[in-house]
Design a protein around this ligand. Structure first.
Ligand code: GRG
Length: 306
């Protein structure tokens, strides 16, 4: 994980359109700062602020490790890995907005709208989403392997889109206060969370030239780790430590969210998360030893504290 994560951190920090390393956040427009090829302030700062706060980088790491299952030159997939983190960060910024979950803390710091205001936070989310597709489509790997890159970008767009993460988020916000059912909670978890964890696995495999059978295995792995990840997230909201989580806890119950423990109870939630991880691990069996890293990553999902 460390090599993948390190590479992602470096690539994100040096990202050309996001300004200089160590730049202080700018919350107001800057006089004369209207260059044609740079995002204006405070948009640039707002995008950089959330993207570079310490996150686990799970989605980009999944993309690089999935690529590495099939091919050793995983660094070539870095632009797609960065794009995944941009899409994820956009979703966090928008999820924290007053119109959605109205959160004050994310990744251990004030949420984007608390620092830059609501309008700029919305635009920073929009900006990161667009920058993700710009990054994928202008990556060297897209020129070298256009068919694989188009298919990978299409998979990411579909999983992040209106039948994927956005669908799950729609159910999540509109069903607040409704009694959770097995069907509604499963729908939310599979789409809001698992789709955005499946996308990088399938995209990484696709870029590396995986077979259809390997893509199916990647899909099953993503679904398993994604489901487990969200069930554990629900449990952490009930029992986790605010300092370690870097966000408020206890909010799901307060908002009447559709969570796995609310639908099935805590004990069953733990069992279901463990079972989903085992399914993820099983799915990678055909990769043999090469799958060991991703299997370990899935197992760590169960004991994560943040
Ligand atoms: C606004 C379209 C739209 C979608 C928002 C991301 C999201 C969907 C909602 C955030 C709330 C939530 C519990 C989402 C489930 C996915 C999840 C656990 C996100 C947090 O991901 P981590 O733990 O965060 O990987 P870091 O900060 O480590 O990257």
């Amino acid at each position: 994980m460390d090599a993948y994560r390190e590479a992602v951190e470096q690539a994100l920090a040096a990202f050309p359109l996001l300004g200089q390393q160590g730049e202080e956040p700018v919350t107001q427009p800057q006089e004369g700062g209207w260059e044609a090829d740079m995002p204006p302030q405070p948009l640039r700062s707002a995008m950089r602020y959330s993207l570079l706060l310490p996150g686990k980088r799970l989605r980009p790491v999944l993309l690089l490790a999935a690529y590495h299952l099939v091919s050793d030159d995983w660094e070539r997939a870095l632009p797609f890995a960065c794009a995944m983190e941009m899409i994820h960060t956009y979703s966090l910024i928008h999820d924290d907005l007053p119109a959605m979950d109205d959160d004050t803390l994310r990744r251990g710091k004030p949420t984007n709208h608390r620092v830059f205001g609501e309008a700029v936070a919305i635009l920073a989310g929009d900006g990161l989403l667009n920058l993700a597709y710009e990054t994928m489509l202008s990556a060297p790997i897209a020129a070298e392997r256009p068919q694989r890159a188009l298919r990978a970008a299409g998979e990411i767009a579909r999983c992040a889109g209106v039948c994927g993460m956005i669908a799950g988020q729609t159910a999540d916000v509109t069903l607040e206060g409704h009694t959770p059912t097995a069907e509604s909670v499963r729908y939310i978890h599979l789409h809001k969370t698992a789709d955005l964890l499946t996308a990088p696995v399938v995209a990484g495999l696709t870029l590396a030239g995986a077979t259809e059978a390997q893509l199916d295995a990647g899909r099953a792995y993503g679904r398993g780790i994604g489901l487990a990840f969200q069930i554990v997230d629900d449990l952490l909201d009930l029992e986790g430590d605010v300092q370690l989580m870097g966000k408020e806890t206890g909010m799901d119950a307060q908002r009447g969210k559709q969570t796995w423990p609310a639908a099935f109870g805590v004990e069953r939630s733990r069992r279901d998360a463990a079972e989903a991880v085992e399914q993820a691990v099983q799915a990678l069996s055909s990769f043999g030893e090469r799958g060991a890293y991703l299997c370990e990553l899935a197992r760590k999902t169960l004991v994560r504290k943040a």
